[in-house]
Design a protein around this ligand. Structure first.
Ligand code: PSU
Ligand code: MN
Length: 302
C-alpha cells in the first residue's frame, strides 16, 4: 500500500489480510447506490460481502465517505451510501472533486479498480462494466481505459446489453485488455448468457485465471484482466424480451435528453421497470455469482 495515499483509509481487517497474504475481493458501490433500487441495494451489498466470506475471502467494499477513500465500509457506511440522496457517482475524473469537497461518493468500476490497486488488492467483483454506448461511439465509459492501465482482475457478466458490445470489445482489443470467458467462449451480455461475440480465451477454473493474471504481471503489462462470467441460467432473460425493453429505454433516454453519467442509471431503471423486475432478479443473481467466482480467483492470486 502506498504511504503517500493518506486520503485512503483501509479497514484494519483488510490491512491484516494484506499483510498475511489472505484473499481479498474488492466490491464497488455505484452499483449499490445508483444501479439498484432501495432496499435491494442495501441487502445486496451486505449479501455480496457474505458470499465472499463463505468462499474464504475478505470482502472490501469500496466507497467514499466525507472525502476519504474507504477500502472496506462498515454496514452504517454502506447504508449511508444506499439511502442518502446526493451521493455522487464517482468515476476516475470525479476523485479529486469528492476529496477536495469532502463529499460522499459511490465508486464506479473505474474508480474502484484504481482505489483497490492503491491498496494492493488484485481481485474485484462487479455486475457489468461500462462500455461504448450505442449510437454514441464517443461516450466511452472510463471503465475501459481503467482496464487498460490498472492491473486488477475484474470479474463481471460482461457489459450491459444497453451498450454497443462489438465496439466495446474492439476498444478493449485496441488498448491491450485480455478478455476471458469463464466456462464459456462467448462474451456474456449481462442479462443474457451470451452475446455471440468471442472472447480471447475460455477458462474453466480459477487456477487458469490466476496463471494468466500472473503472466500479465511477469510481462510487466499494465492492463487489468477482464473475466466474463455468464448470469446463472435460471435467472437469464430471453434476448428478445431484453432487446425490446432496451430499445424502449433508449428511446425514452433520447426523448428526455439524458446523457453522460446519468445515462447508465437511467437505462438500468427503465429496463427494470419494463421487464417487470425480471432484469433486477438477473442483476442480483449475477452479482452474487460473480462475487463467488472472484473469491475463488482471489484465493489463487493471493
Ligand atoms: N453495472 C451494473 N450496474 C451499474 C453499473 C454497472 O449492473 O450500476 C455501474 C458501474 O459502476 C459502472 C458504471 O462502472 O455503471 C458505468 O457508468 P458509465 O457508463 O457512466 O461509465
Ligand atoms: Mn458514459
Amino acid at each position: 500500500m502506498r504511504e503517500s495515499a493518506h486520503h485512503l483509509h483501509v479497514r484494519p481487517e483488510i490491512i491484516e489480510a494484506l499483510q498475511q497474504g489472505l484473499p481479498i475481493v474488492a466490491l464497488e458501490s455505484t452499483v449499490i447506490a445508483h444501479g439498484l433500487p432501495f432496499p435491494q441495494n442495501m441487502e445486496t451489498a451486505l449479501s455480496l460481502e457474505e458470499v465472499v466470506r463463505q468462499e474464504g475471502g475478505v470482502p472490501a467494499t469500496i466507497g467514499i465517505i466525507g472525502g476519504t477513500l474507504r477500502v472496506g465500509l462498515s454496514s452504517e457506511e454502506i447504508e449511508r451510501l444506499t439511502t442518502a440522496s446526493g451521493v455522487r457517482k464517482v468515476s476516475r475524473r470525479d476523485l479529486p472533486l469528492v476529496v477536495a469537497h469532502k463529499e460522499d461518493g459511490a465508486t464506479t468500476v473505474a474508480a474502484t479498480m484504481w482505489i483497490a490497486h492503491q491498496a494492493g488488492i488484485q481481485a474485484f467483483a462487479t455486475g457489468g462494466i461500462g462500455g461504448v454506448h450505442r449510437g454514441q461511439p464517443f461516450d466511452v465509459s472510463a471503465d475501459l481505459p481503467e482496464l487498460a492501465q490498472t492491473p486488477v482482475a475484474v470479474v463481471c457478466s460482461g457489459a450491459k446489453a444497453i451498450l454497443d458490445l462489438p465496439l466495446t470489445l474492439e476498444w478493449l482489443e485496441t488498448h491491450g485488455v485480455t478478455v476471458l470467458g469463464y466456462g464459456t467462449d462467448r462474451f456474456p451480455a449481462f442479462y443474457s448468457r451470451g452475446s455471440g461475440l468471442p472472447v480471447d480465451a475460455r477458462v474453466d477454473t480459477p487456477q487458469e485465471v490466476a496463471v494468466i493474471f500472473r503472466a500479465q504481471r511477469t510481462l510487466g503489462l499494465p492492463a487489468g484482466l477482464l473475466v466474463g462470467v455468464p448470469v446463472p441460467a435460471w435467472a437469464e432473460l430471453p434476448a428478445d424480451v431484453m432487446e425490446t425493453a432496451i430499445a424502449e429505454a433508449l428511446a425514452a433516454a433520447e426523448a428526455r435528453s439524458i446523457r453522460g453519467k446519468d445515462l447508465t442509471p437511467f437505462l438500468l431503471a427503465e429496463v427494470s421497470q419494463r421487464t417487470g423486475g425480471a432484469s433486477l432478479r438477473a442483476n442480483l443473481a449475477l452479482l452474487e455469482n460473480n462475487a463467488r467466482v472472484a473469491a475463488k480467483i482471489s484465493r489463487m492470486v493471493a
